[in-house]
Design a protein around this ligand. Structure first.
Ligand code: AMP
Length: 361
């Protein structure tokens, strides 16, 4: 199947070709035609499946097809994290580049000053990509009105709920017109996500893509049994003995990220924390320095388990075990990307052995 058969405008086909998309991915094949018809969509897809374009293309076609009028926010994309917001904004802008009436695309997220975002929203924006909390702040500041939104995208809905955005989401939904199209994407469907989907969607078309990629990434998974109190020592030993240049280490809390990074640093390992309390600028800087091999170890919460692509990340360590098998898969998926081999090591102690057995199952 080709992109040409999906029903997209020539301008959007041109932009897809320019982005290097030769043929649609399975999620795009399944999602784009019903979304173009105006149907609600329930998509199960992971990062890496091409899901962003699967909703961005119909979203842009929707704008292209609607009558010209004053600039109002007509498409709203809600995402869980700042990084994803920035990525999605870029994808939408790049796919919109050949449209005769290029929409204004604004990306808004918390953790940075609100003033520039308010300035940038002056005069309106057809497309807003947002994390829910900052979106509501902007609405409260009268910087943005949602009364003309006719298309809503929820991306990584499971993550939105995991990160505690349920109340904000409900507040946003209450501000939207009832008459609209909803495109709903999630990698997993626990009960809370299903509840949200059934409250939101009207006779949705379901699109599911197989979780297993064509080429399984080559990830070697290992477990090391260790006393909980000796994990930092063990980690230091592993870094030094194996000469790891770049290891991503997962812990359960922001506090642990800071303390483990500090202990490692004092023990002679170049380690730094990465979590949601850092400013956007600081987070970008940590990622860049990690890529540049300024840091041997980045200690992070599950914030980094999704969405962030650090090419050639050879090692992932579960210092604290993830809560769910899905989180385990996302965490270890940070390594062994794009055909490289990766190593995932989990520290298991007497207290966590039973939980690990569950994940293993
Ligand atoms: P996503 O799952 O949206 O994060 O996309 C993952 C990656 O796949 C991104 O780098 C996209 O640019 C790329 N991509 C999306 N659609 C296609 C396609 N049809 N052909 C090739 N690459 C694609």
């Amino acid at each position: 199947m080709s992109f040409e058969s999906l029903g997209l405008s020539p301008e959007l086909l041109r932009a897809s070709a320019a982005a290097g998309f030769a043929s649609p991915t399975p999620i795009q094949l399944g999602a784009i035609p019903p979304a173009l018809r105006g149907a609600d969509l329930l998509g199960r897809a992971q990062t890496g499946s091409g899901k962003t374009a699967a909703y961005a293309l119909p979203l842009l076609q929707h704008l292209q097809d609607s009558k010209p009028g004053p600039r109002r926010t007509r498409a709203l994309v809600l995402v869980p994290t700042r990084e994803l917001a920035a990525q999605v904004g870029e994808v939408i802008r790049s796919l919109a580049q050949h449209l005769p009436q290029r929409p204004k695309v604004n990306v808004v997220f918390g953790g940075v000053s609100i003033n520039p975002q308010m300035m940038s929203l002056r005069g309106g924006a057809e497309v807003v990509v947002a994390t829910p909390g900052r979106l509501l702040d902007l609405v409260d500041h009268n910087a943005l009105k949602l009364g003309a939104v006719s298309l809503l995208v929820l991306d990584e809905a499971d993550r939105l709920l995991d990160l505690g955005f349920a109340d904000e989401l409900n507040r946003v939904l209450a501000l939207l017109p009832g008459q609209r199209q909803n495109l709903f994407f999630s990698a997993t469907f626990p009960a809370a996500v299903q509840g949200l989907a059934s409250a939101l969607l009207r006779e949705p078309v379901r699109v599911e893509v197989d979780d297993t990629p064509d080429t399984l990434p080559a990830i070697v998974q290992r477990v090391i049994e260790v006393d909980a109190g000796k994990r930092t020592q063990l980690l230091r030993h592993l870094v030094k003995a194996n000469g790891w240049q770049r290891a991503l280490v997962f812990v359960a809390t922001k506090y642990a990220a800071s303390t483990v990074a500090e202990k490692l640093y004092k023990a002679g390992v170049y380690a730094t924390p990465f979590h949601g309390d850092l400013s956007q600028g600081a987070r970008q800087q940590v990622l860049q320095e990690f890529r540049d091999e300024r840091w041997e170890v980045v200690v992070t919460t599950d914030l980094a388990a999704r969405g962030i692509d650090i090419a050639q990340l050879p090692v992932v360590v579960n210092y604290d075990l993830p809560r769910s098998p899905a989180d385990y898969v996302h965490r270890i998926g940070r390594t062994g990307r794009a055909g490289e081999t990766g190593l995932a090591i989990s520290f298991v102690s007497a207290g966590t052995a039973a939980h690990f057995a569950l994940i293993e199952k």
